[in-house]
Design a protein around this ligand. Structure first.
Ligand code: GRF
Length: 218
């Protein structure tokens, strides 16, 4: 477990590379983010993010989704594992599973996700290719609160990057990913410090309702 000078803790859920997780771990180590990651849970046993977590001394576990025939049973097992750590937040860091409304309601307003598009544009998968195919001038990523509405919960902060004329989904995704690493830690610190709150289905920044997400242009 990496400890920070705060009482707030989180469990992170991953499925893959875990570069967002790494950026969060680095931000904690650099004291930019005052959070303790108590555990990292993956649904894929060879997720590289598990190795990153182990290197940082964080407890890891894997609950394989393909061992459950019903989504709800998976989510019940996931919750049981998470509750061992009694986290304040659940951080989705490239967790490639849709969570059931039942699960989301157990931690309503406390599950945070990063999505690689300027939501509400391009919820779901293949966002970079869809942005290119749609001739978007701008693309990016969004940190948002997870609600039952898939990729539709209130957005906190967005990073905007220009789509270049020669971009393909790989060049665009790697530029967007770098910005994900910048904004996820910022959004988390704003939440943890209490500057930013989620209440009455809206985001409030220093007690003022946020009419649109914070934005960083790269
Ligand atoms: C990121 O693009 C994130 O936005 C999406 O999945 C990807 C995960 O990347 N949800 P990583 O595992 O953090 O490297």
């Amino acid at each position: 477990m990496i400890k920070a000078t705060t009482d707030k803790s989180a469990v992170a859920l991953i499925s893959g590379s875990g570069s967002n997780l790494q950026a969060i771990i680095d931000a904690i180590e650099n004291k930019e983010l005052k959070l303790t990651i108590s555990a990292v849970i993956s649904n894929v046993d060879n997720a590289k993010g598990l190795i990153r977590a182990e290197k940082a001394g964080i407890s890891t576990s894997c609950i394989k989704h393909n061992e459950f025939s019903e989504r709800i049973n998976y989510d019940r097992m996931l919750l049981k594992e998470i509750e061992k750590y009694k986290p304040d937040y659940i951080i989705l860091a490239g967790f490639m599973r849709i969570l059931t409304p039942w699960f989301i309601n157990q931690y309503h307003g406390l599950i945070i996700n990063i999505h690689p598009s300027l939501l509400p544009k391009f919820p779901g998968l293949n966002t970079h290719q869809r942005a290119i195919d749609n001739n978007e001038k701008w693309h990016g990523c969004t940190v948002h609160i997870v609600t039952e509405d898939l990729d539709g919960g209130p957005p906190i902060i967005q990073a905007k990057v220009p789509v270049k004329i020669n971009d393909n989904s790989s060049t665009l995704s790697s530029r967007v990913l770098k910005t994900e690493h910048q904004i996820y830690k910022k959004a988390l610190q704003l939440l943890i410090s209490g500057q930013l709150e989620y209440k009455n289905k809206n985001i409030w920044l220093s007690h003022e309702k946020l009419e649109k997400p914070l934005e960083i242009v790269f």
